[in-house]
Design a binder for this molecule. Sequence first.
Ligand SMILES: Cc1cc2nc3c(=O)[nH]c(=O)nc-3n(C[C@H](O)[C@H](O)[C@H](O)COP(=O)(O)O)c2cc1C
Length: 181
Amino acid sequence: MSETLRVIAERYSCRDFEGKPVEREKLDLIAAAAVQSPSGSNRQPWEIVILTDKTLIDEMDAEGMAVLSEQEDKSVYERFMERGGKLYYNAPCMFLILQRPGREMDTGIVSENISLAAAALGLGNCICGMARLSFDSKKGDAYKKHVGMDGEYEFGVAVLVGYAKTQKAPHDPDMSKVRYL
Ligand SMILES: Cc1cc2nc3c(=O)[nH]c(=O)nc-3n(C[C@H](O)[C@H](O)[C@H](O)COP(=O)(O)O)c2cc1C
């Protein structure tokens, strides 16, 4: 099997990180893979902000969890509490993808490039749409200012990256979703 296909087949969403920092050289390689992503008309409608301040990430985690706890439907909050009460699973690094409004497709491709690059380097990773909650929190405006989410760019998605404390098997591929005509 080719190395690329092996990485795709073995990638999984990590939900338990060691928390120790990731070497800058590895983050640089992942960042390069992010900006190598294809985009419609090569518009590259994104900005990639790499957060490595674990204290800030942990604070954003707590703020996001507070938003969840205040939602009328408590089921998601309870699920996260059962998983250890952390939105970001102790990740030491967050690749935050900011997008121009409406460019979800491009953002999705960038997030997969980041995820696969991290996996290829032996790093755990998890695409994290819930990161939006931190920017909806009481401190959300300060976080938006800090990362440069200024109206031209909005929240796209985040990818958590770090060394996995617990590894997981990839999900079972469901080939019944595929049809040849
Ligand atoms: C757009 C998107 C948003 C996601 N958001 C979250 C999230 O906020 N938290 C989380 O734990 N996983 C999140 N995931 C990971 C999915 O839950 C995961 O990909 C799915 O359960 C399949 O598992 P696997 O990635 O291990 O194969 C997200 C995945 C995608 C593609």
